[in-house]
Design a protein around this ligand. Structure first.
Ligand code: SF4
Length: 407
């Protein structure tokens, strides 16, 4: 890494990732090249990894400042500030404020991903019983529409071909700005502001908070990616109640069916927790069945781990072996679901947005988020949209060959 480039270590969510990029640009603009570690507190394991990352960074880069921020450092400021490896802690609320980096003006250009995260929401007003995030991120707050459109256009000018809207609780964007706003209003404004070829993608969303406006946009506007990653968490109503989630099993299934009816190429992802306290075998099987009933393609499996300070940590816990065993079964079900999804595409054609060339292999995604790899000799470049013949499925991604390239 060139000496004048900041080194970034991002733990946790896509919101963290987009903030890490912004902080690196702020540091570099004032000629600094620290190591920036954006910590995560979603599980005890994430906190342990954050500390580990700090120690490693100081070992590997003894000549650089180590600056820490993020939810773990926010929730235990003293514990992190007193680590000998840490030069400075930046509070979560100040991390993207130029003043935190002693800067007054805007930042210089920095290479960005073809699929660029855009942070439009922060904080959360919900209190899911397993989650510590609201205590690290504060109340829900939204980036005003004009600023969001400006930031999105700035990303497009710097090479983004897709804008991924991110937040802690993305679908709660709007009400704090008054005027009865909801996420649909923001997506509508971005749809008007951005060049037609730019894809707009929603990162993780809460199905219970999708209103009619957003539903119409997701199903009727072609450049809004036909992909919804739903924060489902479990398939059993009693467990959902004990999690303090805002939806039930039937509503989750109904939402996926209605979205799919209106937009047949829609693909679904979801977060599911295995082994939540008090979960019986019968309740767990409801989560297994939900994968097929919602026709999920991308399932992120989280073995439950009690987070100190949350109500769920005080509930009767399952033993670790059972949690691990259930997580393994849920992952196996997820693999089958991904296989089903991939096989549906074999021997068809699709438009692939090329994201990178990794180890000589070009790879990208279809609009519905399906991962697609090309042969090493394929003459396609990052940022290009390639019409492709989808020839085979590998269990993790599709193989493809280019039909034509549109620059
Ligand atoms: S919606 Fe629930 S899981 Fe998501 S950040 Fe808020 S409290 Fe946590």
């Amino acid at each position: 890494m060139p000496q004048n480039r900041a080194i970034t270590v991002n733990l946790g969510c896509r919101l963290n990732a987009s903030e890490t990029e912004a902080m690196a640009a702020l540091a570099e603009a004032r000629g600094d090249a620290p190591v920036i570690i954006n910590t995560c507190a979603v599980t005890n394991e994430a906190v342990r990894q954050s500390r580990q990352a700090i120690r490693r960074a100081a070992r590997e880069h003894p000549d650089r400042d180590v600056i820490v921020t993020g939810c773990a450092a926010e929730l235990q400021p003293e514990a992190f500030e007193t680590m000998p490896e840490v030069s400075r802690r930046v509070p979560n609320a100040d991390k993207t404020d130029p003043a935190s980096w002693q800067l007054t003006g805007s930042t210089g250009p920095r290479n960005i991903d073809v699929r660029a995260p855009l942070a439009v929401q922060n904080g959360c007003d919900h209190r899911c019983t397993f989650c510590i995030i609201p205590f690290g991120r504060g109340d829900a707050r939204s980036l005003p529409i004009d600023e969001a459109c400006e930031n999105a256009m700035a990303l497009v000018r710097r090479g983004a071909e897709e804008i991924v809207l991110t937040g802690v609780d993305l679908t709660s964007w709007g009400p704090d700005l008054g005027e009865d706003l909801s996420l649909g209003h923001l997506v509508e404004a971005l749809d008007k502001a951005l060049p037609r070829h730019i894809w707009i993608r929603l990162s993780s969303i809460d199905g219970a908070e999708i209103d009619d406006r957003l539903f119409s946009l997701m199903t009727e506007v072609e450049r809004i990616a036909p992909h919804a990653h739903l924060s489902l968490q479990a398939g059993d109503d009693m467990i959902l109640k004990r999690m303090k989630r805002r939806h039930n099993r039937a509503q989750a299934i109904d939402l996926c069916q209605r979205l799919r009816e209106q937009r047949p190429d829609m693909a679904f992802g979801a977060d599911l927790i295995a082994g939540f306290p008090t979960e019986t075998e019968a309740m767990f099987e409801q989560s297994l069945r939900l994968v097929e009933e919602c026709d999920l393609a991308y399932v992120h499996v989280f073995p439950f781990s009690p987070r100190q300070g949350t109500p769920a940590a005080k509930m009767p816990q399952l033993d670790r072996a059972r949690i691990k065993e259930r997580a393994a079964r849920l992952r196996a079900t997820a693999d089958d679901a991904l296989n089903r999804h991939l096989n549906k595409h074999v021997a068809s054609e699709g438009e692939v947005l090329i994201e990178e060339i990794k180890n000589g292999v070009p790879r990208g995604r279809l609009a519905n988020f399906t991962d697609v790899h090309f042969a090493a000799n394929a003459t396609v470049q990052p940022g290009a949209r390639v019409r492709a013949r989808l020839t085979a499925a590998t269990g993790r991604h599709l193989l493809a060959e280019p039909i034509e390239t549109k620059e």
